[in-house]
Every structure is written in C-alpha cells, then in structure tokens.
Design a protein around this ligand. Structure first.
Ligand SMILES: [Ca+2]
Length: 333
C-alpha cells in the first residue's frame, strides 16, 4: 500500500496535472486570440504566435515554435551566449472599464544549464504596449526550474476598453543555450469582483471634500487677486506710450544725425574738440546762408549804382537849370 501510494505521489510530482485541467484556453470565458499558440506568423527575430507581438527589453533572443508543451506547439524564446529579457504581448479589446480581468499562462518553463530563469505575466490595464511601462501590473516572477506554475497569474481593473497582456522570460546571464517555452496565455473577466464603476463615483465624492478644504484658501486667493488688478494698473503706466512720443522727437534728430559724427568727436572731452566739432557743423550752415548773403550783397550792389545814377541825374538836372537861367537873361538881351 505504501509503495503504491509512493508511486502515485511520484507520478503526480513528475508529471503535471492533466493538461486539460491546466489548459486555460478551454475556459469559455477566455478572451485572448490564439490562446494555445496554435499558429505562428513571421516576426522580427523569427516567428511568434499569430495575434501576438514580440518585445525585447534586452539582448537579442530568437523567437520560434517548439514542442515543449502539453499541447504543441509552444513559443520558444532563446539565445546561446547572451542574456535577454523578452516576450510577447497581445492587446485585447472589448473590455469593460472598471471590470477586473485575470491573465494566466498555463505553460512557462525553461531549459538551461543554469538553475534559474524568470517567467512572469503582466497586464497593462490602460492598453499600453510598453513592457517597461509604469502602468503594467506584473505577477510574481517565478525563477525555479519547475513545470507547473499556478502562481503565474495577475489581475487588474480595466482602465480602458482594451488592455494588454504580456508574458516575459528573464534570463539575466547566459548559461549557453538558454530556452524559455511559453504557451496557453488566457485572459478572463473575474465576475466575482464587482465592476469598479462605483469606484469612479466615490472619487468625485472625495474630490468635493478637498474642495471644501480649499474654500478657506479660496478667499486668500481672492486677496491675492486684488493685487493683481493693481498690477493691471501697471498697464496704466502706459505712460510708456508718452515715451513713445519721445521716439517721435528722435525722428527730428535723425536729420541732425548728420551732425552726430562731429558731436561724437566732441565727446572726446576737450573743449577744443567742441570748437572743431562746432566748426564743421557750422560749415554747412554758412554754405546754406551763403546764397542769402550773396543775394543781400547783390541787392546792395544794385542799390549803390542806382544812387550814383540818381545823383548824377540830379546833378545834371541842376546844371541844366543853371545854364538855362544864364541863357534867358542873355537871350533877353
Ligand atoms: Ca500550444
């Protein structure tokens, strides 16, 4: 009897419970596509189960199909001579926001000269596809060399109408040919957990509470708002536009700008330079004045001869008068 019991116990330990019992893909609630990795499609690094996408966090592992699984084929992620962190993911649509979902992998084992390789399953409840994303919820990582890993399951509350399921193999260091075998990845809705729809409701309730606390500081903010209008008065200091008129005055200097160069020379402190500077500045003015003075001189030049002529005429007139006066008495004679 003892022997029979011992043999039966060894049999249970040596071979996992019947595959059918462990096949999560047979669960009618399963939501993943190609749960049993029945078909493969080409992908970077080799080929991956159809409907799944490969990801590589580190290393350069290869992806292909293998026979190490209760229901062939399985996905093999492996390398020979280099560590790696890699796996596959699938976005699953049709989620109900607030509902709880559980992902599970029925087969996650490895073959290696080494004694450990991490395996884990994760969910990004926001639907992200970055395995390093902070929103990804990971299961505990199983490192031991064993062929049944019921602990490789994780739950999350959907935050979007689609969520992402990840399965990952973590081989920190090479032990030669290191191979991970993955298969049967499922996602089911856990109806035992009420939909978190009420959860968003309490959030708004919590929001008003802090708002009440904010009410007292609110007036403080108003007081702060009072100085703000004062700052608005600052714009009243739009006296600046008056300064803007200054530039208008600056427009005048622009013609004077021609004078600037000498002025600049005058800036060299010595009063003499000032004189010199004034001189050239005055030079143009005389030039301009020159025509006027010439005109004046010209007018004076005309006035002089006219007076002479008038004088001569007057003198000749007087002389003629005297001659006539002398002739009349003489003629009378
Ligand atoms: Ca399979």
């Amino acid at each position: 009897m003892l022997l029979l019991a011992l043999v039966a116990l060894i049999g249970v330990l040596a071979w996992p419970t019947p595959a059918a019992a462990q096949d999560p893909c047979e669960d009618p609630r399963n939501l993943t596509f190609n749960c049993q990795f029945d078909t493969f499609s080409p992908a970077p690094g080799g080929e991956v189960p159809t409907g799944w996408w490969p990801f590589v966090v580190s290393g350069h592992p290869a992806f292909d199909s293998a026979t190490d699984t209760p229901k062939q084929p399985s996905l093999r992620v492996w390398s020979d001579g280099e560590g790696f962190v890699a796996g596959v993911y699938q976005e699953v649509a049709g989620m109900e926001v607030g509902a709880t979902y559980e992902a599970f992998i029925g087969w996650a084992v490895f073959q290696s000269a080494g004694s450990e390789m991490g395996r884990a399953i994760g969910i990004d409840p926001t639907g992200g596809t970055d395995p390093n994303g902070a929103s990804v919820v990971w299961s505990p990582e199983v490192w031991e060399k064993k062929r049944s890993n019921p602990e490789l399951r994780v739950r999350a509350v959907a935050q979007a109408d689609r969520i992402t399921v990840f399965v990952r193999a973590n081989n920190p260091r090479s032990s030669g040919a290191d191979q991970a075998f993955l298969d049967a990845v499922s996602l089911v809705r856990d109806d035992s957990v009420p939909v978190a729809a009420p959860a968003p409701a309490p959030e708004p309730t919590a929001t008003p509470a802090p708002v009440a606390t904010d009410t007292p500081p609110a007036p403080a903010a108003e007081a702060t708002a009072t100085p703000l209008p004062t700052e608005t008065a600052a714009p009243t200091a739009t006296a600046l536009p008056t300064e803007t008129e200054v530039p208008t005055a600056t427009a005048s200097p622009s013609p004077t700008a021609t004078t600037l160069p000498p002025t600049a020379t005058a800036t060299r402190r010595s009063p003499e330079v000032w004189v010199l500077a004034t001189a050239p500045a005055t030079l143009p003015s005389p030039a301009a004045v020159a025509p006027e003075s010439e005109v004046q001189q010209a007018s004076f030049g005309l006035e002089g001869p006219v007076l002479v002529i008038l004088g001569a005429v007057a003198a000749s007139g007087i002389a003629a008068g005297l001659l006539r006066a002398r002739k009349r008495p003489g003629g009378a004679r």
